[in-house]
Design a protein around this ligand. Structure first.
Ligand code: ZEM
Length: 295
């Protein structure tokens, strides 16, 4: 609108209220999915925010959500990012309406809105990311490879600055969404409620019997009972590695504990790579859900 366009001028300083407007617009877009997947764009938006952030390397301080370099080739074409054009295109519509927001802020706010609107915990978030350039993109291979084991998970996530407990908490995001044959090669959802965040991912890991799927696709597991759910090799590892297993069991037993830890770790994930001098507020904000704003 004209009002939003005027706000792109240099001296416009957006307030929390302005970001809540963007949050609400994203929440609307999530619901306009119609027949897409399970009826929500929420999961693919969470994946966009994660892949935009998870390229971070704590030693070189490169990668992360700051510059939104996935807008550019070759990062947009990295194998791990297959299908995320769906999410980026959706957010492009929101960006047209709110041109003053940076892509990094927009994509991570979309991840926050998606998690919160899909019944997840509050994810404290703050603005401050800036749009960068293609040259600031990181090389291919920084995101995890689902065909690998515990050593690989540790290598990848310790590089981002996360510990074993945090690896297990982050993995619970797979309660949401599904694998797409034409994106990753894998197929199917992890849970029976892929558009609601729960701790079912951990419960199912331990309660179901998981067997290797016999098919011509990449190695993945299916639940013996219904054959309608899947686990990646990296998901199954959470039941095999001693340290991971103990933590995954704790999350299977308590959704409250999972939500508390997931909130903290995702909030940090989405801030990776952003110099502290860029934050517009010393403490992240808790954005109200659409439902809460009606009260
Ligand atoms: Zn995922 N993820 N991920 N993930 N992920 C997929 C889908 C989704 C791994 C992985 O290889 C894959 C985290 C961690 C890890 C989501 C969120 C988060 C898919 C399927 C694969 C193959 C893609 C497709 O075909 O569309 C691996 C190996 C991980 C290491 C632990 C973390 C951390 C996440 C967020 C915090 C989400 C929401 C999806 C579902 C996307 C959708 O479109 O439904």
């Amino acid at each position: 609108s004209g009002v939003q366009a005027a706000k792109v001028s240099a001296n416009f300083v957006p307030t929390k209220e302005d970001y809540i407007k963007v949050y609400n617009r994203i929440a609307q877009v999530i619901d306009e999915a119609g027949e897409y997947d399970d009826g929500s764009y929420g999961p693919v938006l969470v994946r966009l925010a994660w892949h935009a952030s998870g390229t971070y390397d704590k030693d070189t301080k490169t990668g992360g959500s700051n510059y939104a370099t996935m807008r550019f080739e070759p990062e947009s074409q990295h194998g791990a990012n297959a299908g995320l054009n769906v999410a980026r295109d959706l957010m492009e519509k929101v960006k047209q309406e709110f041109p003053w927001i940076s892509y990094g802020d927009l994509w991570t706010l979309a991840g926050v809105a998606a998690i919160q609107e899909m019944a997840g915990p509050k994810i404290p978030w703050r603005p401050g990311r800036i749009d960068g350039f293609a040259a600031q993109a990181t090389p291919d291979g920084r995101l995890p490879d689902a065909t690998q084991g515990a050593d690989h998970l540790r290598n990848i996530f310790h590089r981002m600055g996360f510990n074993d407990q945090e690896i297990v908490a982050l993995s619970g995001a797979h309660a949401l969404g599904r694998c797409h044959r034409d994106r990753s090669g894998f197929e199917g959802p992890w849970t029976f409620s892929p558009t609601t965040l729960t701790n079912d991912y951990y419960k199912l890991l331990f309660d179901e019997k998981w067997v290797w799927k016999r098919w011509d696709g990449p190695k993945q597991l299916e639940d013996k009972k219904t054959k309608s759910l899947m686990m990646l090799p990296t998901d199954y590892v959470l039941t095999q590695d001693k340290v991971f297993k103990k933590q995954a069991k704790a999350y299977a037993e308590s959704q409250d504990l999972f939500f508390k830890d997931f909130s903290a770790v995702v909030s940090r994930l989405f801030e990776l790579g952003v110099p502290s001098s860029q934050w517009v507020t010393p403490e992240p904000w808790v954005m109200p859900t659409v439902e809460e704003q009606k009260e």
